[in-house]
Design a protein around this ligand. Structure first.
Ligand code: MF3
Ligand code: CO
Ligand code: CO
Length: 272
């Protein structure tokens, strides 16, 4: 039987994967996480985001894997690199990083047909106190969301956990972009909202695979997309941060597919 057709789909169109599928996701997630570990030393003042992306492209190729983003809806790069007030989908280019810049690097790879999607924050040079707080709150918001993942809880519980934590810190959750189901596809149902009310939305079941990837702004939540049709920025130009993991629901919680092998998912604030 074609392995793509094992498992089933819920009434909300969410695929329920088999136990054996977790191994494929772990392999893909591990490669994406390793690449984000290794990219750290390429982030420094004066570096271009195009050079960072080139390193990522080479690492994907060296691993014998495929970039999920090159050719995706016309996108031409192996990563999205979103600097300062860029919320997500920043396009790598020739602009040089400046002292104090904060950036999200988002990588998605395909290994044996399975997708691994993860992003984290990096810093060029010295980190300001307000950037440090934004990064810490965004990181912790992702883990509040992850802690809400177990069968019987709902997607609204995940969003609620993230939103209440972020807003208690007087920061805001971006509404215009969300996490997503994934597996043998990049983006699948459901939309994983990073805000919401408890008990609403589809019920979590063992075997669901999806990302949680909250974007948090120091100012207001509104975004706009620039004329390049990709780059999303905060309307008020306030700083924005994001962290993303790909996870799978287990009988009593979840497994994170994109854990950092080096243990450097949280930025260590080493400067260059
Ligand atoms: N990796 C992003 C996500 O988290 C999607 C990037 S699509 C691209 O879903 F085309 F902009 F690369
Ligand atoms: Co994603
Ligand atoms: Co991503």
């Amino acid at each position: 039987m074609d392995e793509r057709h094992t498992g089933r789909t819920t009434r909300d169109g969410i695929r329920i994967h088999e136990k054996a599928d977790f191994a494929g996701m772990h392999a893909a997630g591990k490669l994406a996480a390793e690449i984000l570990d290794d990219v750290s030393e390429h982030v420094f003042v004066g570096q271009t985001t195009a050079a960072i992306d080139r390193f990522i492209t080479d690492r994907v190729e060296a691993a014998g894997a495929t970039s999920a983003t090159i050719g995706y809806k016309g996108y031409q790069h192996a990563s999205c690199i979103s600097v300062n007030h860029v919320v997500c989908h920043g396009i790598p280019g020739d602009k040089r990083l400046k002292d104090g810049d904060i950036l999200n690097i988002d990588v998605t790879v395909i290994v044996d047909g399975w997708y691994g999607d993860t992003s984290r924050m990096y810093v060029a040079g010295n980190l300001s106190r307000k950037s440090e707080r934004l990064i810490q709150v965004t990181h912790d918001a992702l883990f509040r969301g992850i802690e809400a993942v177990k069968p019987g809880n709902t997607f609204g519980d995940i969003g609620h956990a993230i939103q209440t934590y972020v807003e208690a810190q007087r920061m805001s959750v971006v509404r215009d972009f969300c996490g997503h189901g994934l597996g043998r596809v990049f983006h699948a149902p459901p939309n994983v909202l990073h805000y919401g009310r408890p008990g609403t939305g589809p019920v979590l079941e063992e075997g669901m695979f999806f990302t949680i990837e909250p974007m948090v702004n120091l100012g207001r939540p509104e975004t706009k997309v620039l004329a390049d049709d990709w780059t999303a920025v905060t309307r008020d130009k306030s700083l924005s941060a994001q962290f993303e993991h790909s996870i799978g629901v287990t009988a009593d919680g979840c497994e994170i597919f994109t854990l950092s092998p080096a243990g450097t998912f949280h930025p260590t604030y080493t400067t260059g």
